[in-house]
Design a binder for this molecule. Structure first.
Ligand SMILES: [Zn+2]
Length: 452
C-alpha cells in the first residue's frame, strides 16, 4: 500500500543540516502539500510513496534553500551605477537622487523580479527585504514563487511611499493584515536605523511587531560614523539606546553589527538578538570588519545578507559565505575561525533561527517546508568531492545550482526559470536603466552591449 506524495526527488546526496549533521547518500525526498513528508533513502522512498512526478538528482547535492537575511531587492536597478566612492558621495550624489526619481510600485516590482531571478539562480529561497512599496515587492516574490519577509523601511522623514512615520506604521499594519496566511510572503517590522527613526517610532514599531508576533530588523552599528552620530543625537550609542527603550529581545535582528564593543556583544547574547553579517557590503563601503568570531563565541546567532545590489554588487550568498570565511581568518590571523560547516549553518539554520523560522526552514527534515536546492556536482570546480561543506563555501559557483524547489513547487528546473518570463524582466529593467543612465551620460542598452 503506497502513501500519496506530490513529488519525489531520488538519487544524489542529501545534506540535511539537521542537528546531527546527517548526510544521506542515494537519497530520497518525498514532498506533499509544500512540506517535506520524508527525507531518507531512495530505496525506502520508492517503496513507500506513489507520485505523479519524480525528479532525478544523480550526481547532485541536495541542500536546504539559502536565506538572504538582509537585502534591498529593487536596488538591482542601481547595480553598478556608482562604485568606489566615499559613502556620503555615493549616497547623496547617486543613490538618493536616483531613488528620488525612480522609486515607485512599477520599479520595485520589476527590480524585485530581477533580484528574484538572480537569487533563485543562486539557490536562495527566502529573502528578507527592506525597501519601499513592500506590498509590490511581495507581489513580485509571490509571482516568482519565492519566499519573502517584507520590511517597509520606516523613517522619520517622508519616504517615496509614505509621508509620515504614522503613515508608515499604518501601511505596515494593513500589509500585515493583507498577507496574513500567505504561504510565501509575510511582512515584518523594519525601522531603517537609530539615526533615521525617532525613539517614538522605534518603540511604536516594536509594539506593532509584538502585537503580530513578527521579527523586528534594523540597520545597526554599520559604520563608526553612525555610532558617533547617534551618540551625539541621543546621548547614547545605538545598542544602549535600544536597550534603554526596552526593545532588545529574541525577535530583534541587526543588519551589519560591525562596530560593537565587548559589553554590547555580551548584552546582545543575553537578549537573544541576532546579527545579519554582510561582509561584501561592509568591505565595499569600507564600513569595517564585523566581530563575527567574537559574536559566535559569545553565543550570538549570526546569519548572512548580501545587502542591496548597489553595494555588493550581486545577490549571491555564496560570495558572502566565502568572503566571510576568508575575511575573518585574515583579520584574526587564525585560519581555524569560521570553518566551512559553521558558515553554511549560518546561511541556513542560523538565518531561520534569526527570524523565528527554525521549525519551518533551514534544514531538510520531515515536517519542514519543502525548500530544496539541487547543486550539480559534475562541474570542474566541484570534482572530486571529499567533503561537501568545503565545496559549498570555498569552491561553488552560483551557476552550479541546477534546480530549485520552494514550498514544494519547482521554480527552476535544469537552469530554466519556470515561474516568470526572464526576458520580459530584462526588457523592463533595461527601459528603466536607459532612462536613469541618460542622466549620468551612460549607455545602458544591454541588447546593444551584447551585440543583439
Ligand atoms: Zn541594508
Amino acid at each position: 500500500m503506497h502513501e500519496q506524495a506530490d513529488m519525489l526527488i531520488l538519487g544524489g546526496t542529501i545534506l540535511t543540516m539537521d542537528d546531527q549533521g546527517t548526510i544521506i547518500h542515494n537519497g530520497g525526498i518525498a514532498i506533499r502539500h509544500g512540506a517535506l513528508l520524508y527525507v531518507g533513502t531512495e530505496e525506502e522512498a520508492r517503496r513507500r510513496f506513489q507520485v505523479p512526478e519524480t525528479l532525478r538528482a544523480d550526481s547532485c547535492l541536495l541542500i536546504p534553500g539559502l536565506i538572504n537575511a538582509h537585502t534591498h531587492a529593487p536596488m538591482t536597478v542601481y547595480r553598478g551605477l556608482a562604485d568606489d566612492l566615499p559613502l556620503d558621495v555615493w549616497l547623496k550624489e547617486y543613490i538618493w537622487p536616483a531613488e528620488g526619481r525612480t522609486v515607485n510600485p512599477h520599479m520595485v516590482y520589476w527590480g524585485t523580479l530581477l533580484a528574484a531571478d538572480e537569487m533563485i539562480r543562486a539557490g536562495t529561497t527566502l529573502f528578507v527585504d527592506m525597501y519601499f512599496f513592500e506590498d509590490d515587492i511581495g507581489r513580485a516574490a509571490s509571482d516568482a514563487g519565492m519566499r519573502a519577509l517584507l520590511g517597509e523601511a520606516l523613517v522619520e522623514f517622508p519616504s517615496p511611499n509614505t509621508k509620515t512615520p504614522a503613515e508608515g506604521l499604518a501601511y505596515v499594519r494593513a500589509s500585515l493584515e493583507r498577507w496574513a496566511g500567505h504561504p510565501l510572503v509575510r511582512p515584518i517590522l523594519q525601522p531603517h536605523s537609530t539615526y533615521a527613526c525617532s525613539p517614538d517610532l522605534l518603540v511604536k514599531s516594536k509594539a506593532l511587531a509584538d502585537e503580530f508576533g513578527v521579527p523586528w530588523l534594523i540597520h545597526c552599528c554599520e559604520t563608526q560614523q553612525e555610532v558617533e552620530d547617534v551618540r551625539r543625537q541621543t546621548g547614547k550609542p545605538p545598542v544602549a539606546l535600544l536597550e534603554s527603550l526596552g526593545i532588545l529581545d529574541s525577535r530583534v535582528v541587526f543588519a551589519h553589527g560591525v562596530h560593537l564593543t565587548e559589553e554590547e556583544i555580551a548584552l546582545l547574547a543575553e537578549r537573544g538578538v541576532s546579527i545579519v553579517h554582510c561582509p561584501e557590503s561592509n568591505m565595499k563601503l569600507a564600513s569595517g570588519v564585523a566581530p563575527v568570531p567574537q559574536l559566535l563565541r559569545a553565543g550570538v546567532n549570526v546569519a548572512f545578507g548580501t545587502d542591496g545590489a548597489a553595494s555588493n554588487n550581486d545577490l549571491s550568498l555564496w560570495g558572502d559565505m566565502q568572503t566571510a570565511a576568508m575575511l575573518h581568518k585574515v583579520a584574526s590571523g587564525d585560519p581555524t575561525v569560521l570553518p566551512a560547516r559553521q558558515v553554511f549553518w549560518m546561511a541556513t539554520r542560523g538565518a531561520a533561527r534569526a527570524f523565528g523560522l527554525d521549525d519551518r526552514l533551514g534544514s531538510l527534515e520531515a515536517g519542514k517546508r519543502a525548500d530544496v536546492v539541487m547543486v550539480d556536482l559534475c562541474r570542474p570546480n566541484l570534482i572530486p568531492m571529499y567533503e561537501p561543506y568545503s565545496h559549498l563555501v570555498y569552491a561553488l559557483h552560483p551557476s552550479d545550482v541546477r534546480t530549485v524547489i520552494i514550498e514544494g513547487r519547482l521554480v527552476m528546473r535544469d537552469w530554466e526559470i519556470l515561474t516568470f518570463d526572464e526576458e520580459e524582466v530584462f526588457c523592463k529593467i533595461s527601459e528603466m536603466a536607459q532612462e536613469l543612465g541618460r542622466q549620468w551620460g551612460r549607455d545602458t542598452n544591454w541588447r546593444k552591449t551584447i551585440g543583439q
